[in-house]
Write a protein that binds this ligand. Structure first.
Ligand code: PLP
Length: 446
């Protein structure tokens, strides 16, 4: 029996307040206001404990590509659990679902990727990045290459390595982070930080910050550059067109690894299997999670290019790294069933050719709204920049995020989950969103 059938909503809220610490939540504020209790979900719709229907405009946390409640995935997990509920992949053991998923990912990803290391989340994938790039350079006889360059406002998870690689100052402020050996450069956020420059001038400037950082630190000390193709949690920062080609030019001239964090942009969000393909990037490593299983079970991974894999495959030595749940059979089964649906329903193509352009046109029309300074969207991920003075992008609200939080709460009450990042409103709906649901989404956001 579902817990929500036993306890009334008020009792559930009281128990939640008494015993449950939520991630990224001001607990005092939450307990004063009461939590929202989601009891059921199907397609792009959530149901709460009061029976309200709410559109899931964020695909959970940017992850439910195939939408909620797909029986096929539940059945695949059930079958796998009945067969082999758990076994590890340490030392010399393996099992069929992890082999099948590894092969599937090698086929889906760009040609330089033929190997994958599994874990349970995007944060663990980035912890693996942190350790693997250093291991790689040790193996290459260049142990002094240790520094990883990230970007301000990037998000790479909430573990020590993830928080450090990410550029969230509020997170760094708690616990004396980043750890040594990580540095950050500007983000390509033209709307907020572009000053008098045109978007393309600013894109070049932001990319060249990478070149300056490499020169300042010394190329012989830099191990890697890590970036999301589009910064997600930082506010859906879609870089100006000039940005990625200039970064590519810089990286092609430098002997450092490029890590494209695909935790949000991967699995069709931009209308390509990976965000790197959308922007023509050629990364050496790609952390993945979220859309890999549409969140049905926790699974992440690190796609490893042949170049980096050579340190593991061709050279002597063991990389002392792994997790109890690396390649968990039931999670692999969920991911395989999810990828089956994505391929059969051509969800990636749908984002590129059908629902993507459909929603983008309507979303961008919200730019006319008196409170919106910019409405941007690529694939099915977008943002509305809220401004107090139409036409003046320099003039932000007070940047405490109060306006955004207020709008997010109003949106939820109106029946649409959006996320607030400072004073931007973010949307990242399931890839199965229908045209009719896209119209409803825009009407609710308005
Ligand atoms: N990397 C990116 C780009 C993310 O957006 C996130 C989560 O939002 C992570 C890593 C961390 O993933 P997880 O929350 O699964 O640890």
């Amino acid at each position: 029996t579902a817990v929500s059938n036993i306890y009334p909503t008020a009792a559930l809220r009281a128990l939640d307040a008494a015993h449950h610490i939520h991630p990224f939540t001001d607990t005092k504020m939450l307990n004063a206001e009461g939590s929202r209790i989601i009891t059921h979900a199907e397609g792009v719709w959530l149901t709460d404990s009061d029976g309200n229907r709410i559109m899931d405009g964020m695909a959970g946390l940017w992850c439910s590509q195939v939408g909620h409640g797909r029986q096929e995935i539940a059945d695949a997990v059930h079958r796998q659990m009945s067969d082999l509920s758990y076994y590890n992949t340490f030392f010399k053991t393996t099992h069929p679902p992890v082999i099948a998923l590894a092969e599937r990912l090698a086929k889906l990803s760009p040609p330089q990727f033929n190997r994958v290391f599994f874990c349970s989340s995007g944060s663990e994938a980035n912890d693996t990045v942190f350790r693997l790039v250093r291991y790689y350079w040790d193996q290459m006889g260049k142990p002094e290459k240790k520094v990883i360059i990230g970007r301000w406002n990037g998000y790479h998870g909430s573990t020590l390595a993830g928080t450090s690689l990410g550029g969230m100052k509020a997170m760094h402020g708690q616990g004396d982070l980043p750890v040594p050996g990580v540095t950050h450069i500007a983000q390509p956020y033209w709307f907020g930080e572009g000053g008098d420059m045109s978007p393309d001038e600013f894109g070049i400037w932001a990319a060249q910050e990478l070149e300056k950082a490499i020169d300042r630190i010394g190329e012989d000390k830099v191990a890697a550059f890590i970036a999301e193709p589009i910064q997600g949690a930082g506010g859906v920062i879609i870089p100006p067109e000039s940005y990625w080609p200039e970064v590519r030019r810089i990286l092609s001239e430098r002997d450092i690894l490029f890590v494209a964090d695909e935790v949000i942009c991967g699995f069709g969000r931009l209308g390509t299997w990976f965000g790197s393909q959308y922007f023509g990037l050629e990364p050496d490593l790609m952390p993945i999670a979220k859309g890999l299983s549409s969140g049905y079970l926790p699974i992440g991974g690190l796609l490893i290019s042949d170049k980096v894999a050579s340190a593991l495959v061709d050279m002597p030595g063991e990389f002392y790294h792994g997790y109890t749940y690396s390649g968990h059979p039931a999670c692999c089964a969920a991911a395989l069933a999810n990828l089956d649906i994505m391929e059969r329903e051509k969800l990636v193509e749908r984002v590129a050719d059908d629902i993507g352009p459909y929603l983008q046109a309507r979303w961008k029309a919200l730019g006319e709204h008196p409170l919106v300074g910019e409405a941007r969207m690529t694939g099915l991920v977008g943002a509305l920049e809220l401004v107090p003075e139409k036409g003046n992008r320099r003039k932000a609200f007070d940047n405490t995020g109060t306006v955004g939080t207020l709008c997010r709460d109003i949106s939820f009450r109106n029946g649409l989950v959006m996320r607030a990042v400072r004073d931007s409103m973010i949307i990242s709906p399931p890839l199965v969103l229908s045209h009719d649901e896209a119209d409803q989404l825009v009407a609710l956001a308005r």
